[in-house]
Write a protein that binds this ligand. Sequence first.
Ligand code: HEM
Length: 132
Amino acid sequence: MRSGATMFERYGGFAKVSRIVSSFYDRVLDSERLSPYFANVDMRRQIDHQTKFFASVMGGPASYTSEHLARVHQKLAITDEAFDELALLVRETLEDFDFDESDIAAVYGEIVSYRSFIVTRPTAGVDSLEGV
Ligand code: HEM
């Protein structure tokens, strides 16, 4: 294992990541809690989401500012439960692809660090978020 290489490079760059992404994507769409978030998003943007998401959390070329992530997700009413489930599906996917536990922990830690920019906090008087 080359020292200094990003995880993205060590696990095979875009070719491998795209296989990981489709596996993760199948899991997201199988989830009753997560699939509705992607129901009205076109396929190309969904794949774009998952690929950039992984490349980003694995230290690959695509990286986003917290402000951009907050802007993109704020209208989606993402709950803590949905966020947790997505993070768990990432963990399961990486386990299936035989990632080292330390790398899984690093990715998981990276994802969790974005929570406050992704989850929509219900504010007083807004009851439209109930049941999401
Ligand atoms: C750390 C966690 C996450 C990261 C880094 C992330 C990253 C991204 C990125 C890079 C995009 C594309 C932005 C663009 O179009 O410029 C995106 C869009 C999107 N994300 Fe996430 N995401 C995260 C969590 C979530 C969660 C938990 C959900 C749902 C439960 C979600 C649902 C979506 C959807 C539906 C879109 C598409 C929005 C649209 O096309 O209008 N994301 N995300």
